[in-house]
Design a protein around this ligand. Sequence first.
Ligand SMILES: [Zn+2]
Length: 182
Amino acid sequence: MTKGQTKTSTRKAGPRGLELLGDPAMGRPRLGPTAPVDMFRALRLIGVMEGLDDTLGKDSSALVHNSGKYLGYGLGQAILDATGRDLGKYVDALANKLRELGVGILSVPELRLEDDFLKVRVDECITCAGMPPIGKVICHFEAGFVAGVLEVFLGGGRKCRVREVKCWAQGDKTCEFDVQIR
Ligand SMILES: [Zn+2]
């Protein structure tokens, strides 16, 4: 540490970019470090999804998917460093982290490695659980995130194609993602 740098937080070094989150508890002594899910959704669904669609003049889902992938790479790498390349441990650690953060309850209801296929389910999704149906799936960020964490686990430049097949926004009561490994 050079002169001028001071350590202000005991937060452990996280995945790439997560240091940007800073120390909200320190900066918000009266409001605290958490905010309601409503607030997150206003940002995610109205600010990011609808705002981006409008700015781009077209559907922004591919862009949002890639953003989610980027976060998935960062968080996935941090988890992989802790668990090693053991799929059971990796998925458990990821599920624990997402539950702790209030993002959702993650499970893998179907795993067919012989077909390079798995299904990932997210109950109580922070983005869409409880929202009215609008006739389409909307968890593109989350789909990208799933692709990112799995690609980090697989390594070797392998890619995952992730498609959301169930979503509250489509009238379902959970989110499900079909993953095809290539
Ligand atoms: Zn969804």
